[in-house]
Design a binder for this molecule. Structure first.
Ligand code: MF3
Ligand code: CO
Length: 278
């Protein structure tokens, strides 16, 4: 049975506003990447994020979100934590850890949402490989965000890149539409047959976020009702960007270059306008 999904279509001027939010998220993640060193607490990362977002004229979108209200400005998911781990003063980063830092900001009513997984100090090469595969899978998904395609072309592109490496692909959790709210339809799984779901049309904005594991893709939800961990304790990677679909191609709103370098490497034109519409 077909379920109607009320997607929000943005004008060029609205996408330009989302770009401002996206760039603030990108700038915040740059700071957090630098700060994620051994001895830092995830609460310190959270404080940096909130300060950077507010200094840039934004509002942290995660704070107070949903039920129970999310208490922080970032999600800081370490090692076997997959997503949505809450920053804490007691959580000290150690050499060899990996951390997914997920960050969202609202500027002038429009959202940006992105995540990076970064190594803390010296990390085992096989773990670094997983992080790289997750990131590349994200870019394959972003490159599939093209007019004329369908939603699950994105899911399929992510899966196709991950499968040959043998990593677990976390089920159920996934990407989402984004605009005047952080989470809008459609939901975007990180696996599936291509050619299904809504048609990809200009003005659609999507957050694409693959989550992969070194072992089983099965997850548990901790008693804080937020933190998602792997059932088998294997480590996980999570990477996310917000992308706008334009007639010229995908425009990665949370990448400083709009995605130009990585998309071009995949043979896909970047949809970033030469001059921002006013
Ligand atoms: N990128 C995350 C997601 O789409 C942001 C949600 S974090 C929350 O699931 F804590 F605010 F929920
Ligand atoms: Co998201």
């Amino acid at each position: 049975m077909a379920r109607r999904e009320h997607v929000q279509i943005k004008t060029a001027a609205e996408l330009a506003k989302m770009r401002v939010a996206g760039l603030l998220v990108a700038q915040t993640l740059d700071r957090l990447r630098e700060a994620a060193v051994p001895g830092t607490t995830t609460a310190e990362l959270d404080a940096i994020a909130e300060k950077t977002i507010r200094a840039g004229g934004g509002i942290p979108s995660f704070k107070g979100y949903s039920h129970p209200p999310y208490p922080a400005s970032i999600c800081s998911s370490v090692n076997d934590e997959v997503v949505h781990a809450i920053p804490a003063k007691r959580r000290v980063l150690r050499d060899g850890d990996i951390i997914s830092i997920d960050c969202g900001a609202i500027v002038d009513g429009w959202h940006g949402d992105a995540a990076i997984t970064v190594p803390v100090g010296n990390v085992a090469p096989e773990i670094l490989d997983m992080i790289r595969v997750c990131e590349e899978a994200l870019w394959r998904g972003l490159a599939a965000a093209r007019v004329g395609g369908r939603l699950t072309d994105i899911s399929h592109a992510v899966e196709q890149h991950v499968r040959p490496h043998g990593y677990g692909i976390v089920d159920h959790y996934g990407g989402h539409g984004i605009g005047t709210e952080m989470h809008q339809p459609p939901h975007i799984l990180n696996h599936g047959r291509p050619g299904r779901g809504i048609k990809l049309v200009p003005g659609l904005a999507l957050a694409i976020e693959p989550m992969i594991t070194m072992g089983s893709p099965e997850t548990d939800l901790l008693s804080d009702e937020w933190t998602v961990v792997t059932k088998d304790g294997s480590w996980a990677a999570h990477t996310e960007h917000t992308v706008a679909i334009t007639p010229e191609g995908p425009w990665v709103l949370t990448a400083h270059d709009g995605g130009a370098a990585r998309l071009t490497a995949l043979g896909v034109p970047c949809g970033q306008p030469a001059v921002a519409p006013t």
